[in-house]
Design a protein around this ligand. Structure first.
Ligand SMILES: Nc1ncnc2c1ncn2[C@@H]1O[C@H](COP(=O)(O)OP(=O)(O)OP(=O)(O)O)[C@@H](O)[C@H]1O
Length: 259
């Protein structure tokens, strides 16, 4: 997708309007406004403690906003339970790897697919006979490039393969909007490059919101970037404009981006 996203009327996939979140006396998210276009890849960056994960928790329904509105397309989702938001088309991954280590790669993905159809995991039903589930699981296995590991236990995969599996499980619900919280955390340069490439492929046609500390990833993968500082969005723009934004440099990026 081109980064020329200014002044075009484009459908909005996700929007936050004057969203606030306080924990007791602590006003952590302070009037956040954000709009993500359909199909765009959007990063949220900012210093530690700025509120990035909290924004994710608010969007995905783990937290309820103290005030403000969050919409998925036209639909108001703020205040809905996380599971309902997921069924409406929004999926997220967490900072920690979130797979079943004692199940095989195939079984992990199959669980994700079954959840999408509201099916329970039962040992006595011939689940493997459900053609649609099997087809979709096979498809996912290939998409996340883990076919050769189909029978490997989740816990025996390398770290980056576990992250690929986790992304696959997130995609199992076929979400319109995908939130990924630090998907490259703890990866080597090679693993990061591999995962960026994989994410580019997997998120084509979807809307991606990513929190990531690796600036190379953010600037190469994303169409737009929002900068969050002390619970407020201080800028939303293309990577190039964010790189050259003096306020952003002073508030957060410093010499990192100028380099
Ligand atoms: N459940 C909670 N109760 C009280 N305070 C919280 C809660 N969750 C988060 N906070 C506070 O909100 C602030 C923002 O935290 P958050 O994890 O969203 O920041 P972040 O930008 O994701 O940071 P990092 O980059 O280090 O992951 C922190 O000061 C944190 O202590």
């Amino acid at each position: 997708m081109s980064t020329q996203v200014h002044n075009q009327v484009r459908p909005i996939a996700l929007s936050l309007r004057d969203v606030n979140k306080s924990f007791g006396e602590a006003h952590i998210i302070r009037g956040v406004n954000l709009e993500l276009f359909e199909g765009e890849r959007h990063a949220i960056i900012g210093p530690n403690g700025a509120g990035k994960s909290t924004v994710f928790h608010l969007i995905s329904g783990q937290f309820k906003p103290s005030s403000g509105e969050i919409r998925l397309g036209q639909q108001l989702i703020s205040g809905l339970p996380a599971e309902k938001i997921n069924h409406l088309g929004l999926a997220r991954s967490f900072q920690i790897t979130n797979i079943f280590p004692k199940l095989s790669v195939y079984e992990n993905l199959r669980l994700g697919v079954m959840q999408r159809f509201g099916m329970q995991y039962t040992l006595w039903r011939p689940i493997a006979g459900y053609v649609k589930v099997r087809e979709l699981t096979e498809q996912l296995l290939e998409q996340v490039r883990l076919t050769r590991h189909r029978d490997t236990l989740g816990g025996e995969l390398s770290y980056s393969e576990q992250r690929s599996l986790e992304i696959g499980m997130t995609l199992a619900s076929d979400p319109k909007v995908l939130l990924l919280d630090e998907p490259m955390a703890g990866m080597s340069r090679e693993e990061t490059d591999y995962t960026v490439d994989l994410l580019r492929e997997l998120t084509a046609g979807r809307t991606l919101m990513i929190v990531e500390h690796d600036m190379d990833v953010v600037f190469s993968l994303c169409d737009r970037i929002s900068v969050l500082v002390y619970g407020q969005v201080v800028a939303t723009d293309t990577p190039e404009n964010i790189r050259n934004n003096k306020q952003v440099q002073e508030a957060y990026l410093g010499t990192e981006v100028a380099a």
